[in-house]
Write a protein that binds this ligand. Structure first.
Ligand code: TNX
Length: 620
């Protein structure tokens, strides 16, 4: 009996313990201000849930949470009760009508032993509920506690984006919804949906059906990386997929329900081989035979800046604008080789007649014409930083991906900027460590600490120019990511770091607190919700050689509820090995070497990389 009690205590005390020790109460992204109080609010079947705007999205979020987690409490309209919120006991209240102003998308969450009150309007109230959900500790169905505290919170940036490439590999509607759910839980508010590229066109366009009947299918796909045994290997398997307009509307609505705007990307003038395969008249060589790309990279067949192309792209963008109510449409602009334009008399004529500065000038001409059309239909253009070369379109927002230089230049010109540099740890297709145990990826190295450390506001900008940095985004390109589980592996936990970069004031950021005190609990929660993720390496040992004869290690799990298993016998540690519950003492005889190998295995069986620490007492 006593043993069972201790085991239960261990299971439930971890989160409570982590929370009470942590200045941020476990919340990710860390709020602007957390003032902890003594005591707890208890949720029981008698607790009333009261709201003053029953149709608010935040109310539906709360209702869904209660239902999913086994609470049978109803949500009641407080206006029908004739009671002042302050007088309510044992109540959780979501209020939009309160005195005073809050910062944009901000909220206040006050938890006392008597009541929980969230004040917020629009997205602010929704974010307040997301924070409350993170604070709820439940140990049995229908019952929970929330630690007493005063929290005031609001985002640092208004654009907090997460991107997904669905061209290189396609992900279905249910998965996109799951992706949006986890974005919403961490207060991200823009989903950049990369819908077209050389390897597949993935959005139905009624006026040009071949974009999907032809352009969404490739004959086969490259296997493995760019070098090594598989460098010439293809899988001989047709690949395809696209979203119907009905599905697109469904996703846009699902996102809006969670205060997420969807930014569609229709790539041009480069990365357009799938479209050109469907409609060769959009290229500079309409008689050439094209095929949807089966390999990765940058392709020289691109749109020709002809009137035919502009007419078709305008029609396409009109349908896209109809589907996506948001302000922004992303039109790519990156990696457009100029070979085809150099050979084309049509292109050379435009360059001469319009006195453009060569092919770069022609690219700007292309983007400006597209921007003019977008502005005419009431939309704003976003493009990758290449759109600066040859002259920037006047109202465009620039996504700076090749470092920050493009973003800095654009902000200095007075254009808005979203920072998303690969060099800042924001390319989630990059490796998460240098270990050979990582799965196939494009390369690079963007560990959690690097993403976390990124600051989107360059110090070289003046305060006025800094205002043009409207936000930050991480990108997930999927050349080497064919499954939903691998998308999640690359996304998590790095997206939690992105959320903190995008939301939390610089002064409140603290990687130690984030990675050791908060992330482990969130990973356990994500596992319960059915997400995959990369299990961070063990805390307490690293891949290194230590000299000496006597060692003590305290290994701890990076996923709450998981175990740090280890071996000193030279074999790879697994769930059948010892795990660390108290400091491990290791004595290495003189002249010998022992290897301590450790692994984290989560409660759900997810495994970290194996860490190898060489303990060397050879005296050499
Ligand atoms: C560059 S980032 C690209 C993508 C690739 C990515 C791979 C950008 C604007 N273009 O087409 O997928 O590198 O990391």
């Amino acid at each position: 009996m006593k043993q069972i009690f201790l085991a239960l205590l261990a299971a439930f005390s971890t989160s409570v313990f982590a929370q009470s020790n942590d200045a941020n109460l476990g919340i990710i992204p860390a709020p602007v201000s957390v003032k902890k109080d003594k005591g707890k609010f208890a949720i029981t079947p008698e607790t009333s849930f009261l709201v003053d705007s029953p149709a608010h999205k935040a109310v539906r979020l709360l209702a869904e949470y209660l239902k999913k987690n086994g609470y049978s409490n109803n949500i009641v309209n407080i206006n029908t009760m004739g009671r002042k919120p302050e007088t309510i006991k044992n109540g959780v209240m979501l209020l939009t009508s309160f005195k005073g102003a809050l910062p944009a998308d901000g909220y206040e969450l006050n938890i006392s032993e008597n009541q929980v009150m969230i004040n917020g309007r629009g997205a602010g109230l929704f974010y307040g509920v997301q924070t409350l959900i993170q604070l709820i500790n439940s140990d049995r169905k229908g019952y929970a506690t929330v630690p007493c505290a005063h929290i005031s919170d609001a985002p640092r940036f208004r654009y907090r984006g997460m991107h997904l490439d669905v061209s290189r590999h396609f992900f279905d509607v249910d998965f996109i919804k799951k992706y949006l759910d986890v974005m919403a839980a961490y207060k991200l508010n823009n989903f950049h949906w990369h819908l077209t590229d050389d390897q597949g066109w993935r959005i139905e366009i009624k006026k040009y059906p071949k974009l999907t009947t032809v352009g969404s299918n490739r004959v086969q796909t490259k296997v493995g990386g760019r070098t090594g045994n598989t460098s010439d290997l293809y899988d001989n398997t047709p690949y395809g997929g696209f979203y119907t307009q009905e599905q697109v509307r469904e996703i846009v609505a699902y996102a809006a329900e969670r205060y997420i705007n969807v930014v569609p990307e229709i790539e041009m003038p480069g990365h357009s081989l799938a479209a050109i395969t469907a409609y060769p008249e959009m290229s500079c060589d309409p008689l050439k035979k094209y095929k949807v790309a089966e390999n990765w990279g940058v392709f020289t067949d691109v749109y020709c800046p002809s009137e035919t192309t502009f007419k078709m792209l305008s029609d396409i963008l009109d349908e896209v604008a109809d589907l996506f109510p948001g302000k922004y449409i992303h039109v790519g602009g990156d990696e457009c080789p100029k070979e085809a334009w150099k050979k084309s008399s049509l292109c050379q004529d435009i360059i001469r007649d319009s006195a453009l500065r060569g092919e770069n000038g022609l690219q700007s001409y292309f983007m400006r014409r597209i921007e003019r059309h977008l502005n005419a239909i009431g939309r704003s253009m976003i493009g990758w930083d290449e759109i600066i070369e040859g002259g920037l379109a006047p109202n465009a927002t620039v996504m700076s991906w090749r470092g920050e230089e493009g973003g800095i230049a654009a902000a200095q010109l007075g254009n808005d900027v979203i920072m998303t540099p690969g060099s800042g740890g924001l390319y989630f297709d990059h490796l998460q460590s240098k270990s050979p145990q990582e799965p196939l990826a494009i390369g690079g190295n963007a560990p959690l600490s690097k993403t976390y450390a990124y600051n989107p506001v360059p110090a070289t900008l003046t305060p006025d120019q800094q205002k043009h940095i409207i936000g930050v985004q991480a990108n997930l390109w999927t050349e080497f990511i064919a499954t939903p589980a691998k998308v999640e592996y690359m996304l998590l936990p790095r997206m939690l770091a992105l959320a903190e970069v995008a939301w939390t004031p610089l002064a409140n950021k603290d990687f130690q607190n984030f990675s050791v005190q908060r992330v482990p609990h969130h990973l356990a929660m994500l596992e319960q919700k059915g997400y995959h993720f990369r299990v961070p390496d063990v805390v307490g040992a690293s891949d290194t050689t230590l000299k000496g004869g006597n060692f003590k290690f305290e290994l701890s799990s990076t996923v709450e509820g998981g175990k740090a298993h280890y071996t000193i016998d030279g074999f790879t540690p697994r769930e059948t090995d010892l795990w660390c519950t108290q400091p491990i003492q290791i004595t290495v005889p003189a002249g010998k070497t022992i290897e301590l190998q450790s692994i984290i295995i989560s409660a759900g069986g997810k495994r970290s990389n194996v860490t190898k620490t060489v303990l060397d007492n050879t005296g050499k």
